[in-house]
Design a protein around this ligand. Structure first.
Ligand SMILES: [Zn+2]
Length: 73
């Protein structure tokens, strides 16, 4: 089974398309990463842009990959 390359709204793994204050939403469980809040699960401090999250970061709710997140307008 082939995965679609990228859904519309996906950043496609190109973090340069994400601004530092962009919120991103997990397309699997709709968990929202808000840079103003950070991520308690991964101990990400508030003020950390999505593009600065470590490579091993995954969705705290469903273990989805960073590439499975979509920018919220
Ligand atoms: Zn998720």
């Amino acid at each position: 089974m082939t995965q679609p390359a990228f859904l519309p709204g996906s950043f496609g793994g190109d973090t340069s398309k994400i601004s530092d204050d962009s919120q991103l939403e997990c397309k699997i469980c709709w968990h929202v990463y808000d840079p103003a809040v950070g991520d308690e699960y991964w101990q990400i401090p508030a003020g950390t842009p999505f593009s600065q999250l470590p490579e091993h970061w995954t969705c705290p709710e469903c273990d989805g990959r960073k590439i499975d997140f979509m920018v919220i307008d």
